[in-house]
Design a protein around this ligand. Sequence first.
Ligand code: NDP
Length: 255
Amino acid sequence: MDHRTAIITGAADGIGWAMAQVFARAGHAVLLADLDGEKAAARAAELGPRHLSAAADVTSEDDVTALAALAAESFGGCDVLVNNAGIADRHLPTLEQDMAHFSRVLDVHLKGTFLVSRAIGAGMLKVGTGAIVNIGSIAGVAGMPRRNAYGAAKAGIVAMTRSMACEWAGQGVRVNAIIPGYVETDLVATLIADGKLDATRLRRRIPMGTLARPEDIAEAALFLASPQARYITGTTLNVDGGWSAFGDSGDASPG
Ligand code: NDP
């Protein structure tokens, strides 16, 4: 995989940073895009001189156009795109949810995934090869009270994964999505610290009894983006420790 290139959005932290490390280790030159350009630059420097960074808000068409231009100029294109950038819902009761936050959650996840896929996908279609991996969530599959915007955005990402996959399947560009369960990142740590998630109950709901590590999601993305997955497109891969498989009453594990 020596000459492969990857763009990862939201790469300065959490799952995105794990993705950047895993893809770099597998031989990709990585372009780390993040809202926090300074942090992304520091992370890219940590990975080594082949890697690049960009300050980019995935909801901004101008930022995304500049990101695609940087990838074209510096990498000569892009083999892999991981649409990872995301923000959490506020976990408020529906009647207390305001439109500004609702729209921002939809914008970052749904509009962001669309804009970046459109911009980077254009280059992939030109050369007739590429793989896009989107990041969904179990919140987009199962009903999670108080998570209207987040759940809707993640469900929309899966719908868009399927539609783009079918449109581009004959042109060498594959599009898939990962459905992570709960992952040990700052995003989840903050929800636990704020009392919006109960860590003990959470672990008991997971058949494997533990949260995922960011690397677990990154390794799955690496596979979906790899030539080994050449016949896989339009699919979703659950990486959730068995969360989605569990339908019994009571706890799924001792936690
Ligand atoms: P983190 O908050 O740890 O990292 C998200 C990164 O995305 C941050 O660096 C953040 O930058 C960046 N970001 C946020 N908004 C934008 C934007 N508009 N443009 C560019 N970058 C942006 O989150 P996680 O690593 O936990 O989550 C990563 C993805 O995985 C998200 O899509 C999330 O929904 C999904 N996911 C996470 C799960 C979990 O349990 N953690 C479970 C299921 C899915 P900054 O810090 O500057 O805001």
